[in-house]
Write a protein that binds this ligand. Structure first.
Ligand code: NAD
Length: 496
């Protein structure tokens, strides 16, 4: 059935929400019975209440994760077994994609088509890819003389914590859970307080797939309580965090103040989209530029919000961009025709509107976009011309649909402006000249450079940031497994 024929409102009306925490294989309330409300950001309606986990719940989840890890039913099971179970989990996610996508859409205000893509296609593929990696990851043998055999082996780190953002709630959960499980770790997952629903539903599928109790635990709650408790827990061996740079910094401190757990950080960005003077302004280029800025309403860590365009091309670029922007359809995220959903909360919308005001006061020229009256927290795709790289709209991560166009005279100037930021997550370069493309890709200080198309890469390619966008850890690819593994040398004396 084509997705446009599915009635997602009907699916929403029939869903029974999982609103409890998932600890040691059971759904349960928070120890003190506390609950948090969650709202549909596109309508302002209350969806329900969910368990508000605190320190006691995190302690219980970590204890269950440790017990499961030490028991070894998962951590020491054969890689073939882990592969089989993760393949099944991928299938279950795919089978439940409509319900998961609707949960994601009502919780986060994301368009149903994006949710279906992330939940129905990308997430199952992730489970399957890491399932296949489980029995294909080899250790090494170091060169020695006949008097020794030196094995270099990888072992699961133990108990992992995963702290998630609200912009891609389910996908980010899967980005952490799939490699952690393939590696043999147990995991305690804290979804963002705005968007726990799809991750909580995963608990049900985890049990059905045959993952033993305690291996995966999900503790919804606030950052300053549940998130902090995971960061400071002395029995959590590693934390993988995706969120803002400000909170990422705290996880480094939590580690220093507790057990020196390893910390993998995936954080914010202010990424450039560069068009050099030999690149024709085609429809394809404009489509990439528009998606780079406005996909997920600009609430995307790798959004390319500084569009650095060769001066002779700016007018053509701007004409075509404004036409493309007019085609976006804001509205009900459950309607498959909608192409931009809402901002995540009223506070976040206010913050983004504040930046739009700033842009105007600092002298940039707003050509289109701005506030859209409620209900729901919508902002129309906003385009600024005459942006200078020292303006706040060019420096801060706005995390909303606010694109700034910066005109440059030379390739060197484009590179200097692109690099002049505290962040280093992503960059796009358009040029027809392969030498210029390679030179720019080599010189841009960021974790992913895409040439002649906006892309974060795919499951096979590591994703993470330079500078204040990330730590050395990477999500995706074989690199993601490294966050959940540690290296052991086994030196065997031999009588050769
Ligand atoms: P956030 O930093 O506010 O929250 C992220 C998580 O940290 C949430 O689960 C939150 O509850 C928790 N948290 C908040 N305060 C905490 C505290 N004091 N102690 C412990 N935990 C705490 O980020 P957000 O607003 O949810 O997400 C948006 C940010 O995420 C943006 O900066 C975006 O760029 C970034 N992001 C990065 C990537 C990436 O892969 N690099 C992907 C998606 C989002």
């Amino acid at each position: 059935m084509s997705e446009t024929n599915v009635n997602f409102h009907q699916i929403r009306d029939k869903i029974t929400l999982n609103t409890q925490a998932f600890i040691d294989g059971q759904y349960c309330d928070a120890a003190d019975g506390a609950k948090l409300e969650n709202l549909n950001p596109a309508t302002g309606e209350i969806i329900g209440t969910f368990a508000h986990c605190g320190i006691k719940d995190v302690n219980r989840a970590v204890a269950a994760a440790r017990r499961a890890f030490n028991q070894g039913l998962w951590s020491r099971s054969s890689p073939e077994h882990r592969k089989e179970v993760l393949l099944k989990l991928g299938d279950l996610v795919e089978e439940n994609q409509h319900e998961l996508a609707v949960l994601e859409s009502i919780d986060a205000g994301k368009t149903i088509c994006d949710c279906l893509d992330e939940v129905g296609s990308e997430a199952p593929a992730f489970f399957r890819w890491y399932a296949e990696l489980a029995d294909k990851s080899f250790g090494k043998i170091a060169p020695t003389g006949d008097d020794a055999l030196a094995l270099i082996v990888k072992e699961p780190v133990g108990v992992a914590g995963a702290i998630l953002p609200w912009n891609f709630p389910f996908l980010m959960a899967v980005w952490k859970i799939a490699p952690a499980l393939a590696a043999g770790c147990s995991i305690v997952v804290k979804p963002a307080e705005q968007t726990p629903l799809s991750t909580l539903k995963l608990g049900e599928l985890i049990t059905e797939a045959g993952i033993p109790p305690g291996v995966v635990n999900i503790v919804p709650g606030l950052g300053k309580t549940a998130g902090r408790a995971i960061g400071l827990h002395k029995d959590v061996d590693t934390v993988s965090f995706t969120g803002s740079t400000e909170v990422g910094r705290m996880f480094m401190r939590y580690s220093g103040d507790s057990n020196l757990k390893s910390v993998g950080l995936e954080m914010g960005g202010k990424s450039p989209f560069i068009v050099l003077d030999d690149a024709p302004i085609t429809d394809d280029l404009i489509e990439h530029a528009a998606m780079a800025a406005f996909w997920n309403g600009g609430q995307n860590c790798s959004a390319n919000m500084r569009q650095i365009i060769a001066a002779p091309l700016v007018d053509d670029f701007m004409d075509k961009m404004l036409k493309r922007v007019a085609e976006f359809k804001l509205g009900d995220p459950l309607d498959p025709e909608t192409t931009i959903g809402s901002m995540i909360t009223a506070e976040h919308k206010e913050k983004v509107l504040g930046y739009i005001n700033h842009g105007e006061t600092e002298g940039a020229k707003r050509l289109v976009g701005g506030d859209v009256e409620g209900p729901g927290h919508f902002i129309a795709p906003t385009v600024f011309d005459n942006v200078k790289n020292d303006m706040r709209i060019a420096r801060d991560e706005i995390f909303g649909p606010v694109l700034g166009v910066i005109s440059v005279k030379t390739q060197e100037e484009a590179l200097a402006i692109a690099a002049d930021t505290d962040y280093g997550l992503h960059a796009t370069v358009f040029t027809r000249d392969i030498d210029r493309a390679i030179s720019m890709a080599r010189k841009l200080p960021c974790g992913t450079v895409s040439v002649n198309g906006f892309s974060e890469g795919d499951i096979k390619t590591p994703f993470g940031g330079y500078k204040q966008s990330g730590s050395m850890a990477r999500d995706n690819g074989t690199e993601a497994m490294e966050q959940y593994l540690q290296t052991k040398t086994i030196w065997i004396a031999t009588k050769g």
